[in-house]
Write a protein that binds this ligand. Structure first.
Ligand code: AHR
Length: 506
């Protein structure tokens, strides 16, 4: 009979989980902003036009940071278009997505929304069509208390208190030919370094993310990171990683193994950061901002049709992937991979948050519902805070097209400040439930406070407005705690959250 074992010990710590690992992303793209977070006239809209039903769902996810305003959009964006009286803001063609941006929602509105949603803004500056000057000005506008042209303009525009934005992206995917203002690694590294220097001169407390490659399989991956960091290492704090996966051929075992690619990607970027740091005799280590990750392929065909019918339209239904159950399993495996690299992955953003490749969907004038991927994200964000422990896992394995020895059971564990332990585990086996024995040696007697299971018999099952709970978590049954060992049954194809507390504690 198949069986998996996970050994955990308090002293096997990977590192503290930075809560920003559970970040997300809102771009001025499709119906993310207009028809997503903002819909004046919607029955739940507040006086500023923000949908309260969406805010409630965002709060349920517990998102600590939201990257904004792009994405590809940012590389042609003039931040000054998004401030001041709404009726005077220009409408611009967005060359990234072939639509029209009205700038109805801008910097002040988004900062206000973020406050209501209980999250912080991670702001991206345009290093495509703009540069260091615009970048340092927007930092002054947002973070300088007052007494300078840009900060006084912010005050006149209604925000006496600075927005205090701490985390900034130095452009977006500058290696990609689809990007406005694409650069070579050297050109970008230099531009990022000058922008970084000036932004930090305005506000030394900010943290900066340099663009890494737009994907692990980009043709310039590796050499891009090395050259960029060689130019800007001492002025930046993180390097970005982006990765989307798809399953167009319906190969579930291969698709679920993609977190192996993610793990390799992370480790390779860490190695490059440390190589550049070593070359420079740097005392500081650069960490990783995995600021775009998700499944993305379901909507590709539909997007072409939408744009054919309405090029330069406003708030078009673009990138509206409808996520199925297997997508949720991969999302869970990705979150497990981040936790197992918590010493270096400090920021990660599920791309995106509402309607556009998103865990939260809305209908204009209608309801809001959680897609399948909402659940692992919510569980990890709620229960995955504390110290990530290095799990020693033994699991039966399988081979698929791209990978050998893929563990059927993968997992991560986080110890909370109260001594509780939460185990996250996926079972990739298509047919068999697998018992997972957690050997808790140094923890003493623990009991199962809760076992949450996400499973559906059909990997293609989805949630819709009419059937929002088709794929939803339920209680796991039959777990046993015995001395320092806890055993739970992981159903075939399942995402599991096992919350363990000290015997005697609620
Ligand atoms: O998240 C959608 C798009 O994917 C972003 O705009 C871009 O950065 C990436 O290619």
């Amino acid at each position: 009979m198949k069986k998996a074992v996970m050994i955990l010990d308090k002293d096997f710590a990977i590192g503290t989980v930075d809560p920003r690992m559970y970040g997300s992303f809102i771009e001025h793209l499709g119906r993310a902003v207009y028809g997503g977070i903002y819909e004046p006239g919607h029955p739940t809209a507040d006086k500023n036009g923000f949908r309260q039903d969406v805010i409630e769902k965002v709060r349920q996810l517990g998102i600590p940071v939201v990257r904004y305003p792009g994405g590809n959009f940012v590389s042609g964006f003039n931040w000054e278009d998004s401030i001041g009286p709404k009726e005077q803001r220009p409408k611009r063609l967005d060359l990234a997505w072939g639509t029209t941006e009205t700038n109805e929602v801008g910097l002040h509105e988004f900062a206000e929304w973020a406050k209501k949603a209980g999250t912080e803004v991670m702001y991206a500056v345009n290093l495509g069509t703009r540069g260091a000057d615009a970048a340092r000005n927007v930092v002054e506008y947002c973070n300088h208390p007052g007494g300078s042209a840009w900060s006084d303009l912010r005050i006149r525009n209604g925000a006496k208190k600075p927005f205090g934005i701490k985390l900034w992206c130095l452009g977006n995917e500058m290696d990609g030919p689809w990007q406005m203002g694409q650069k070579t690694a050297y050109e970008y590294g230099r531009a990022a370094n000058e922008a970084a220097k000036m932004m930090k001169w305005v506000d030394p407390s900010i943290e900066l993310v340099a663009c890494g490659s737009s994907a692990h399989d980009s043709p310039t991956f590796g050499s891009w990171e090395y050259e960029v960091l060689d130019q800007c290492y001492s002025n930046v704090d993180y390097v970005s990683l982006h990765r989307y996966y798809g399953n167009p051929t319906g190969d579930t075992p291969g698709f679920l193994a993609r977190s192996m690619d993610l793990d390799a990607f992370i480790k390779e970027v860490v190695a490059i950061c440390d190589a550049v740091g070593g070359k420079k005799h740097a005392k500081k280590k650069l960490n990783l901002s995995f600021d775009e990750w998700n499944v993305w392929y379901h909507s590709n065909q539909q997007d072409q049709e939408v744009l054919k019918a309405d090029k330069w339209g406003r708030a078009l239904p673009l990138l509206e992937d409808v996520y199925n159950f297997e997508d949720a399993l991969l999302a869970g495996a990705i979150l497990i991979t981040f936790l197992k690299n918590a010493d270096r992955v400090k920021v990660a953003c599920l791309a995106q948050l509402v309607n556009v490749i998103a865990p939260i969907m809305t209908r204009n004038g209608g309801g809001v519902w959680a897609q399948t991927i909402f659940w692992p994200m919510m569980h990890a964000s709620r229960y995955g805070r504390g110290t990530s422990l290095r799990p020693i896992i033994s699991s039966p394995v399988y081979d698929c097209g791209d990978y050998e020895n893929v563990p059927l059971v993968d997992g991560a564990a986080v110890m909370g400040d109260d001594g509780s332990v939460t185990v996250f585990a996926v079972n990739r086996d298509l047919k068999d439930a697998i018992p997972l024995e957690c050997d808790l040696r140094a923890f003493g007697n623990m009991k199962i406070a809760e076992h949450i299971v996400l499973h559906h018999d059909d990997v293609k099952a989805v949630n819709t407005e009419e059937h929002p709970d088709e794929v939803a978590p339920r209680k796991g049954r039959g777990g046993k705690a015995d001395g320092g060992k806890v055993t739970v049954r992981l159903p075939a194809l399942s995402w599991n959250v096992i919350r363990l507390t000290k015997e005697g504690k609620a």
